[in-house]
Design a protein around this ligand. Structure first.
Ligand code: 5GP
Length: 143
């Protein structure tokens, strides 16, 4: 299996505007948007705009910028969903649980005693995702 970066991956298409995404944050280097198959309400993904397949091939400077944004958006996600906690996941290669081969960080707000839904379970309703994204954008505006 090739481990080269494939620009045909779904997140590269989102970055090029070829497919839609419910965006919550964007700057010159980074984009955050709702996961279409959330493991909990508010499940958000943060990606660098530069192409790397995962954690291991990324430029450390890219990782540093990504994690700063992930923390900022993570705080907003936790606030927006009045969560008790936040799970932060990052998977590499199929054996590591990765299914989309453009580096991304998962931010999943958690409630006490509520288990995660299955990874890549059902698709969320488009309007629900739009409302959830707006909650996160509102929390970011209130920083
Ligand atoms: P991975 O397993 O690679 O860490 O996670 C990829 C994530 O991307 C999964 O949680 C999956 O639900 C999400 N995902 C897959 N396709 C799309 C898509 O087209 N749009 C968005 N917003 N998320 C996607």
């Amino acid at each position: 299996m090739s481990t080269a970066y494939d620009p045909g991956n779904i997140f590269a298409k989102i970055l090029r505007g070829e497919i839609p995404a419910e965006k919550v944050y964007e700057d010159d280097d980074t984009l955050a948007f709702m996961d279409v198959m959330p493991q909990a309400e508010g499940h958000t993904l943060v990606i660098p705009k530069s192409p790397s397949r995962g954690f291991l091939d990324a430029d450390p400077e890219v990782l540093a910028r990504l994690i700063k944004v992930a923390q900022r958006v993570g705080r907003a996600v936790k606030t927006a969903f009045e969560a008790d906690g936040l799970s932060v996941f990052q998977y590499n290669e199929p054996a590591g649980g990765q299914t989309v081969f453009h580096l991304h960080v998962h931010l999943v707000p958690r409630r006490e005693g509520v288990p995660l839904k299955r990874h890549e379970g059902g698709m969320a309703d488009k309007d629900v995702l739009a409302r959830h994204a707006e909650r996160i954008r509102a929390a970011l505006r209130q920083e």
